[in-house]
Design a protein around this ligand. Structure first.
Ligand SMILES: [Zn+2]
Length: 203
């Protein structure tokens, strides 16, 4: 149940939200313009993003608040830079446990360990609005990344946060949740999305 990664009712469970040392408060009412979200099957969503280098940090610091504003407005709980047309390894996540903002900025994130236990959840994606499917992923992950201050951080996550982190890191590798489905299911979703978008435009 996401609203970016997944849509629907977000179940708030303490175990869904690991303590993230990298949390840096980014106000909910962000006085910055939102960005437009790129929809599948745009080519940028299929291309691996490039690593953020030191000289990119200024760009990233300007981009991140706009990504949060875009994600909160959608509303979503995760957004990766390629989804706003930027091919950099940056993603933002906020599950808002107990409705409190809890933003996480992931720069050059990497999954460094996964559980052998797998779990299936329904996923959706802001780049595939209104489309949902069950995806099976490792239940728990350890993710290493850099924060906005360039410090190395680690999160161990389970539940919704684990799935969301994996979903966002996939985006940075040019992978969408529909890539885990059979070609048949994937094509049904892509055709349905294209049809819905055509109907929306003709309205
Ligand atoms: Zn997504």
């Amino acid at each position: 149940m996401h609203r970016s990664c997944y849509k629907g009712t977000l179940r708030k469970r303490a175990e869904d939200v690991a303590e993230a040392p990298a949390r840096r408060y980014i106000p909910l009412m962000l006085d910055v313009p939102t960005l437009s979200i790129v929809l599948a099957p745009a080519p940028i969503l299929k291309r691996p993003a490039r690593a953020v280098r030191n000289e990119d940090y200024e760009t990233v610091r300007a981009l991140v608040p706009r990504m949060f504003a875009t994600m909160y407005q959608a509303p979503g709980i995760g957004l990766a830079a390629p989804q706003v047309g930027v091919g950099l390894r940056v993603a933002v996540v906020d599950l808002k446990p107990e409705e409190k903002p809890s933003p996480i900025v992931l720069i050059n994130p990497e999954v460094v360990a996964t559980s052998t236990e797998m779990v299936t959840r329904e996923e959706g994606c802001l780049s595939l609005p209104n489309q949902y499917a069950e995806v099976t992923r490792p239940a728990r992950v350890k993710v290493r990344f850099f924060d906005l201050d360039g410090r190395s951080q680690e999160i161990e996550a389970e539940g919704l946060l684990s799935a969301c982190l994996q979903h966002e890191i996939d985006h940075l590798n040019g992978i969408l949740f529909i890539d885990y489905l059979s070609p048949l299911k994937r094509n049904i979703i892509l055709r349905r999305l294209a049809k819905e978008q055509r109907q929306k435009q003709s309205r």
